[in-house]
Design a binder for this molecule. Structure first.
Ligand code: GRG
Length: 311
């Protein structure tokens, strides 16, 4: 795939992401009081450890960008942007636990249950989910331009994307589909990714747009954009898994083909997976037609970033 943009204005996505991630990191860092409960500070320490262990901050950045595109000011969406990263991080903490993906490393550091222990990681993840809802629903952290009605809507979106209609459902179906003798069919693979990965990206974009005061039509378009980039994220992940591990092994069949997880390259082949990724990128950008192209530039380039990333 060649990295092309649909806008004429040059836009430095790397610099943009560095700046926004720095703002998000600072706000996340102060969202967890270091010494709030001296008797049980362990919970805060573990939450803080995982939240600040790195990460690209794609979800909060998407949220801020969507808020601005929908007519708001970026800082309006900061509370809900932080909430999306908290939900994302807690899902990673739980995913890393021995009874799920059983990973020792995350974001280049020890996973939470390795740095602390399993009960601490489980409960710190739970507490981070609660903190996400507390942060997003705190009326006093939004300006008066953002009505309580919009805040109620974004809390609903966050709840929807986390539970049976989103991440938790996607994760369970994924777990139950792994290690079977037959590969997962394409429609089920898409179902898993739309729930496990797209749902939270969708919530990030849609909540940003709601806070920014977007119209129903704009919100629908941005929802479509987010669903496409969510699936794109996963298809590219599958391609990278295969090509990176092939490079490392110096042969064509890498980790992906050997693992018991169904991936796009496994089901439809590498070339068709690349074509599908290109198609999804096109669909995502199409949803942005009709918005002012300069204002839409961050979302266009974020889609490009997801499509052409190397990690
Ligand atoms: C949310 C209620 C609730 C439960 C969580 C454990 C679980 C249920 C879900 C796991 C979901 C999971 C691991 C999804 C993968 C998401 C994904 C694409 C991760 C990688 O995202 P990046 O690249 O990571 O944005 P960084 O580290 O940059 O943040």
């Amino acid at each position: 795939m060649s990295a092309q943009s649909t806008t004429a204005t040059p836009f430095d996505i790397k610099q943009y992401m560095i700046e926004k991630a720095a703002m998000v990191n600072q706000a996340l860092d102060s969202a967890i009081p270091a010494k709030a409960f001296p008797q049980s500070n362990l919970l805060h320490e573990a939450m803080h450890y995982s939240l600040m262990a790195g990460g690209k901050r794609i979800r909060p950045i998407l949220c801020l960008a969507a808020c601005k595109l929908a007519g708001g000011l970026e800082p309006w969406a900061l509370p809900v942007a932080l909430a999306t990263e908290m939900i994302h991080t807690m899902s990673l903490m739980h995913d890393d636990l021995p009874f799920m993906d059983n990973d020792d490393l995350r974001r280049g550091k020890l996973t939470c249950h390795k740095a602390f222990d399993e009960p601490t990681a489980l409960l710190a993840g739970d507490a981070l989910l609660s903190l996400a809802f507390k942060t997003a629903s705190n009326l006093s952290s939004y300006p008066v331009d953002v009505s309580p009605d919009r805040i109620a809507r974004i809390v609903g979106e966050l709840a929807r994307c986390s539970g049976t209609e989103g991440v938790a459902e996607g994760q369970l179906v994924d777990i139950k589909s792994t290690g079977l003798s037959e590969p997962v069919p394409l429609d089920k693979l898409e179902y898993i990714h739309l729930h496990k990965t797209s749902a939270l990206l969708e919530a990030a974009v849609v909540t940003g747009a709601i806070i920014g005061g977007g119209s129903d039509e704009q919100i629908d378009r941005l929802r479509g954009y987010a669903r496409s980039i969510g699936l794109l994220f996963q298809v590219v992940d599958d391609i990278l898994d295969l090509t990176k591990s092939s490079e490392e092994l110096g042969k064509t069949a890498g980790k992906d083909l050997a693992s018991d997880k169904t991936t796009y390259p496994k089901l439809i082949g590498l070339d068709k997976s690349r074509e599908f990724a290109e198609e999804l990128l096109g669909q995502a950008k199409e949803q942005l037609n009709g918005f002012d192209s300069e204002s839409a530039a961050p979302l266009v380039y974020l889609a490009n970033y997801i499509a052409y990333r190397q990690i």
